[in-house]
Design a binder for this molecule. Structure first.
Ligand SMILES: [Zn+2]
Length: 261
């Protein structure tokens, strides 16, 4: 079985003590590729170093919306330079976060728009982080013009929102939330969305799936996400693993030798 974790933060110090064991458990669970998202300039180097020392790791680089106040010409030049490195397969995570509101909405919007334009210019897909900003996020994406090549990371919206994202050409990143019993709205989305538009993720060390809630998340747990998606769709686990991995490989161009174990 082949699984791909399309969103995790394996570069963070939460994994400094046992990163090798975490990677070994991921491989034992069938995880073939891991996309490590470097969400701020000081994370790009560690994420890229990980990709260079470990097989099966690729990288996204970008400025997270909670960091949007830092966006300037220097950051943009940094993204451009880092994106030229082979492990970089996406721009992200980018978007709007009105929960933490660490920068005013218009500042967040500008950083989001600039990075979407950069993704298009560099011919890379993008990863969207959206929190309590559904309408504004869609407005920016709609204005960016289709077709869009990207994923709505940690998707937790309802079916109507999912349909609007899908209509723009986007994929849905399904993570640990799908394992929560009360996430009925998300369960409905996972049942109804076209299987060829779902990709799986952990967002480790965050968003830990059941039954490990309250503990650190890790890429091996993407299997728990796959199992719940399979259950919801009434499909064998192997079929969901194969389909979502093919989707991720297509979206993030993962067939290159360095992208798989
Ligand atoms: Zn993330």
């Amino acid at each position: 079985m082949r699984l791909i974790d399309t969103h995790c933060h394996l570069d963070l110090d939460a994994f400094d003590d046992d990163r090798a064991e975490v990677l070994a458990r991921a491989r034992a669970a069938g995880v073939e590729s891991i996309l490590v998202v470097g969400f701020a300039p000081e994370r790009w180097g560690p994420a890229l170093r990980l990709a260079k020392t470990e097989p099966g790791i690729v990288v996204a680089i970008g400025l997270h919306p909670t960091e949007a106040a830092r966006y300037d010409a220097e950051v943009e030049a940094g993204i451009r330079a880092a994106a030229a490195q082979p492990p970089v397969r996406a721009i992200g995570e980018i978007g709007l976060d009105y929960h933490w509101m660490t920068a005013p909405a218009d500042v967040q919007r500008r950083a989001f728009e600039r990075q979407l334009a950069l993704a298009r210019e560099l011919d890379l897909p993008f990863i969207v982080h959206q929190r309590e900003a559904e309408e504004d996020t869609l407005a920016v994406l709609e204005a960016a013009g289709s077709p869009l090549r990207g994923v709505m990371h940690c998707f937790t919206g309802d079916l109507a929102y999912a349909e609007r994202c899908l209509a723009l050409g986007l994929s849905l990143g399904i993570g640990g939330a799908v394992t929560f019993r009360k996430a009925t709205q998300l369960h409905e989305v996972v049942r109804q969305a076209p299987l060829d538009r779902l990709v799986l993720e952990t967002d480790a060390p965050y968003m830990t799936p059941a039954p490990h809630r309250g503990k650190r998340n890790e890429p091996a747990y993407v299997r728990l996400v796959a199992e719940r998606v399979a259950e919801l769709r009434g499909l064998p686990l192997e079929e969901v693993a194969a389909a979502t991995s093919a989707n991720a490989a297509r979206l993030f161009n993962l067939e290159g030798s360095e992208a798989t174990v």
